[in-house]
Design a binder for this molecule. Structure first.
Ligand SMILES: Nc1ncnc2c1ncn2[C@@H]1O[C@H](COP(=O)(O)OP(=O)(O)OP(=O)(O)O)[C@@H](O)[C@H]1O
Ligand SMILES: [Mg+2]
Length: 314
């Protein structure tokens, strides 16, 4: 038996379990149905894991042998159609401590993570409002029980496969608006605790123990109504002037390691120039080399062909 054979046998078992063998595959299934190379199937047959039900010039029909069945039911991935009851997540008091403000969202997310049945949450709004930070904090406390997906990058393994393999309690999806159609379709079903069926291989997965989704997105208008309907959609508004000052000061002190005074100076200097916390972080990082004023000038001044306007002498 080669490495990976157990996996293949499990896949075949799942394929057989999700079809009516007597009706649909009376003469056995072929390599095309299970998407496993004929040579591999022939080897599994020789090793006794498959029975050869039918053979002609154009069709070789197989079925799992008794030995194959025993192996499938003993294998580690054999219980895949049943989700083990997972222990309840414990939420530490300080889960969101690195996020300044957003108290309602903190309370909502905590309640959703603790609820007996899933309430999915989508954080939507303009850039740099700590949406991704919320996902990070949840991932940090959930560890292995959470998986992290970025909408623009989910196509490689596929949402279905990732969930089938990792069996998470929580799925964190950043950039939900960029998720591809196949993953979005899987997500719609998953959010209702539905059955996930991947027609391609006939594999299916029963989500008896429902997954909860926390997602973030800049845009809402590109999401389908049925997707939005499955989420508690929390719209985050851009920071007000005073919120911006508080957040910037806090971020620069806590995350960028600046002193209170210089952090306050940068926050005030950007007042009216920007509402984006990332701008303040850029200024903070350039300040040791340039000083606050020069950093702000270079980042925000108009650039002409001769240099940055506003500099004395130009
Ligand atoms: N309320 C806040 N508390 C702490 N940090 C904040 C807060 N708001 C913004 N930030 C900081 O702003 C930066 C961007 O945050 P984050 O990546 O979470 O934004 P986002 O809302 O996901 O933005 P985008 O929509 O562009 O992905 C981070 O460095 C983060 O520390
Ligand atoms: Mg983000």
């Amino acid at each position: 038996m080669k490495e990976g054979d157990i996996e293949l046998i499990n896949e075949i078992a799942q394929f057989e379990d999700s079809h009516d063998m007597q009706r649909e595959y009376k003469i056995g299934w072929s390599w095309r149905h299970v998407r496993i190379w004929p040579a591999t199937l022939s080897r599994l047959f020789k090793e006794g894991y498959l029975d050869n039900v039918f053979r002609s010039n154009s069709y070789t029909g197989y079925r799992l042998s008794e030995l194959g069945r025993v192996l499938a039911s003993a294998g580690p991935a054999s219980n895949r159609t049943e989700n083990e009851p997972s222990e309840k997540l414990e939420i530490p008091e300080d889960i969101f401590t690195d996020i300044i403000g957003h108290n309602d969202i903190k309370e909502l997310l905590t309640a959703c993570l603790l609820a007996d049945k899933p309430v999915h949450v989508l954080l939507a709004g303009p850039p740099a409002l700590a949406k991704t930070l919320f996902l990070w904090d949840i991932e940090r406390i959930a560890g292995e029980r959470a998986i992290w997906l970025v909408g623009s990058a989910t196509s490689k393994a596929g949402l279905w496969d990732v969930v089938a393999d990792r069996r998470p309690q929580i799925v964190l999806i950043d950039e939900l608006d960029k998720m591809n159609a196949a993953d979005t379709a899987a997500l719609l079903s998953m959010m209702e605790g539905g059955r996930l069926v991947r027609a391609k291989r006939g594999r299916e997965l029963n989500l008896s123990n429902q997954i909860r989704i926390v997602a973030a997105s800049n845009r809402l208008d590109s999401l389908s109504p049925e997707l939005k309907s499955r989420f508690a959609v929390r719209k985050l508004a851009a920071y007000s002037q005073s919120e911006y000052l508080t957040v910037v000061e806090g971020v620069l002190v806590r995350r960028e390691g600046l002193g209170r005074e210089i952090a306050g100076e940068i926050a005030h200097r950007l007042d009216g120039l920007s509402q984006d916390v990332r701008d303040a972080i850029r200024v903070a990082r350039l300040t040791p080399h340039l000083g606050v004023d020069r950093a702000v000038n270079l980042l925000f001044g108009e650039v002409s062909g001769l240099g940055v306007t506003g500099r004395s002498g130009i």
